[in-house]
Design a protein around this ligand. Structure first.
Ligand code: PGA
Length: 255
């Protein structure tokens, strides 16, 4: 088992994206609860689609598993058809929200600055932002990975939305089956922690959890989880099935 780094409790999160219906969500939660130990050493969060939140909330209340929204609007309320506010997420018992997932950045043209505003709004409503950063394949190939990560990180932290959790998700590894090698992921995590140290101070940066996301599966969780600065995972495809999600939890080496 990996020794806990500093005070960082490992965290594994499921990002269901635009998948599953209420019945599937309900079955998933029941099966997952039956597969988990009564007090897992890993913090667990499910990010279902908005329509599934009431079902997930009902199934997970009283369990060790939390839930959150996949996005929020940066404003508290208003004329924003189709959007969901942090207040509405908190109202359904969410304690978390994803901010700046690469699919939001790409499909909805979310800017770095907007992601920072969303993270601030999350904190205002008592939600913990899970801030996603990551480079595209083109950015990596042209040697700009760290430059992109620095830019995204700086904007996401512009309003100091503490506490928060960071997820490093190289865009080229999301949903592609092409996982970053543990060494490559560790290098990016180390870089992000170093930058966090410069912005927030080393003591604080040592406490920030940095998750890896991008084609995490039961088969690669152990080697990724063994890296010093990888404090958990944000899992997409492999989180849709309770057996594979719990396989990631048990293989992760996080205890
Ligand atoms: P993936 O997705 O595990 O299917 O690659 C990860 C994510 O987008 O958060």
């Amino acid at each position: 088992m990996k020794e806990p780094q500093s005070g960082r409790r490992p965290l594994i999160a499921a990002n269901w994206k635009m998948h599953l219906l209420r019945q599937d969500a309900s079955g998933f939660c029941r099966t997952l609860r039956s597969l988990l130990p009564s007090s897992p050493n890993v913090e667990l969060v499910i990010f279902p689609g908005f329509t599934l939140l009431p079902t997930v909330a009902q199934e997970l209340v009283g369990s060790t598993v939390a839930w959150g929204g996949q996005d929020l609007h940066q404003e508290a309320k208003g004329a924003h058809t189709g959007d969901v506010s942090g207040e509405q997420l908190a109202d359904i018992g969410c304690s978390w929200v994803l901010c700046g997932h690469s699919e939001r950045r790409q499909n909805h043209r979310e800017s770095d600055r907007l992601v920072g505003e969303k993270a601030l709004s999350a904190r205002r409503h008592g939600l913990q932002p899970l801030l996603c950063v990551g480079e595209t394949s083109e950015e990596r190939q042209s040697g700009r990975t760290f430059e992109v990560l620095d830019r995204q990180l700086e904007a996401a932290l512009a309003h100091r939305p503490q506490p928060f959790v960071l997820a490093y998700e190289p865009v080229w590894a999301i949903g592609t089956g092409e996982t970053a090698t543990p060494a490559l992921a560790q290098k990016a995590h180390e870089h992000l922690r170093m930058r966090l140290g410069e912005t927030l101070g080393k003591a604080w940066a040592d406490e920030v959890r940095i998750l890896y996301g991008g084609s995490v599966k039961p088969g690669n969780a152990a080697e990724l989880g063994a890296e010093k600065d990888i404090d958990g995972f944000l899992v997409g495809g492999a989180s849709l099935d309770p057996a594979s999600f719990s396989g990631i939890i048990s293989n992760s080496g996080f205890g």
